[in-house]
Design a protein around this ligand. Structure first.
Ligand SMILES: C[S@@+](CC[C@H](N)C(=O)[O-])C[C@H]1O[C@@H](n2cnc3c(N)ncnc32)[C@H](O)[C@@H]1O
Length: 251
C-alpha cells in the first residue's frame, strides 16, 4: 500500500501557527466522549497534539500516534515545555499492533479523509475496530461531497511571522474535484527579509463522502449503533447537505 509523504517540516510549522489549539467547540465536543470513556483512550493521527496535550493535562488516560516525525516533534517540544510525558509514538495507522485495546478512539479534524481508496479505508476501519474493546466507541468526522472548494484554480495564501522574524507562508491551489477526491497543491515557503530560504511542496488530497457511504463501510466492518451528529454540536440535527459530519459508532 502506498504511504503518503505528508506533513513535512514547513507544513508542520505552518499547521502549528495556523491551528495552534483546537477550537473551543470541537474541543468540548470530543471532551464529551472522553469524559464518558470507561478505560483507555486513543487518538490516531494526533498530529501536533492540539487535542491530546490539553486532554492529557485534564488527567485523561490518553495515548496517540502519528505517521509524521515532524508533527510528533512539535508535540514533544510542547510537552517538554509543560513537563508532560505523553504516551505517543510514530506509526502509520495501517501498521499499529492491536494488542492494547481502547475504550474510546477518536479522530478529529476530518483526518480520516486522508485515506483515499476504499481498500485503504476498509483496512483502517478494520484496524480501529480491532483496537477497540467490546462496547468501545469510535468517534470521528468526515468531509462530505458538499465541502467543495469555492475558488478552484485560484491561488490563495496565508502567512505568519515567526519568533525569529522570518515569515512562513502557505500558498494553496485547489484543483477540480475528481471522483470525490479534493486535491490542493500546497506550497510552503520560509522567507527571510528578502529571500525564500526553503520551499516545500505538498499534493494534498482528501476524500469527500456521499451521505450514506461511510454508514455502509462502518456496517461492513462490524460497527454497530452508528449515529451521525452535526459538526460539532450534540444538540443540532445534522442536515444531509452538511460539509462535515461526525460519526459515532460502537464495537
Ligand atoms: C490534518 S493533521 C490533523 C492532526 C490532528 N487530528 C489535529 O486535529 O490536530 C492529519 C495528521 O494525520 C497524520 N497522518 C496522515 N496519514 C496517516 C496515517 N496513515 N497514519 C497515521 N497518521 C497519519 C499526519 O501526519 C497528520 O499529522
Amino acid at each position: 500500500m502506498n504511504k503518503p509523504t505528508l506533513y513535512l517540516n514547513l507544513c508542520t510549522e505552518f499547521f502549528d501557527a495556523d491551528k495552534p489549539i483546537a477550537s473551543r467547540k470541537e474541543y468540548a465536543f470530543f471532551y464529551h466522549y472522553l469524559a464518558q470513556a470507561q478505560g483507555k483512550i486513543l487518538e490516531p493521527m494526533c498530529g501536533t497534539g492540539r487535542y491530546l496535550i490539553p486532554y492529557l493535562e485534564e488527567g485523561f488516560d490518553i495515548a496517540g500516534f502519528d505517521a509524521s516525525p515532524f508533527m510528533l516533534k512539535a508535540l514533544h517540544d510542547k510537552c517538554a515545555h509543560k513537563n508532560l510525558k505523553p504516551h505517543v509514538w510514530e506509526q502509520f495507522l495501517e501498521d499499529v499492533p492491536t494488542i492494547q485495546k481502547y475504550n474510546l478512539i477518536f479522530i478529529p479534524d476530518s483526518s480520516f479523509c486522508l485515506f483515499l481508496d476504499v481498500k485503504q479505508i476498509k483496512t483502517c476501519l478494520q484496524k480501529i475496530y480491532s483496537l477497540l474493546e467490546a462496547g468501545g466507541t469510535f468517534v470521528f468526522d468526515v468531509e462530505t461531497m458538499y465541502a467543495v472548494p469555492d475558488k478552484v484554480g485560484v491561488w490563495q495564501g496565508k502567512a505568519y511571522k515567526k519568533n525569529d522574524g522570518n515569515i512562513i507562508m502557505c500558498s494553496t491551489l485547489p484543483l477540480p474535484i475528481e471522483n470525490n477526491i479534493a486535491t490542493v497543491i500546497c506550497r510552503y515557503e520560509l522567507i527571510n527579509q528578502t529571500e525564500i530560504v526553503k520551499t516545500e511542496m505538498e499534493y494534498f488530497q482528501i476524500k469527500l463522502y456521499h451521505p450514506a457511504e461511510m454508514d455502509a463501510l462502518l456496517k461492513e466492518v462490524g460497527f454497530s449503533d452508528i449515529k451521525k451528529i452535526a459538526a460539532h454540536d450534540h444538540t443540532v440535527t445534522p442536515s444531509p447537505y452538511d460539509y462535515t459530519v461526525v460519526y459515532e459508532c460502537k464495537k
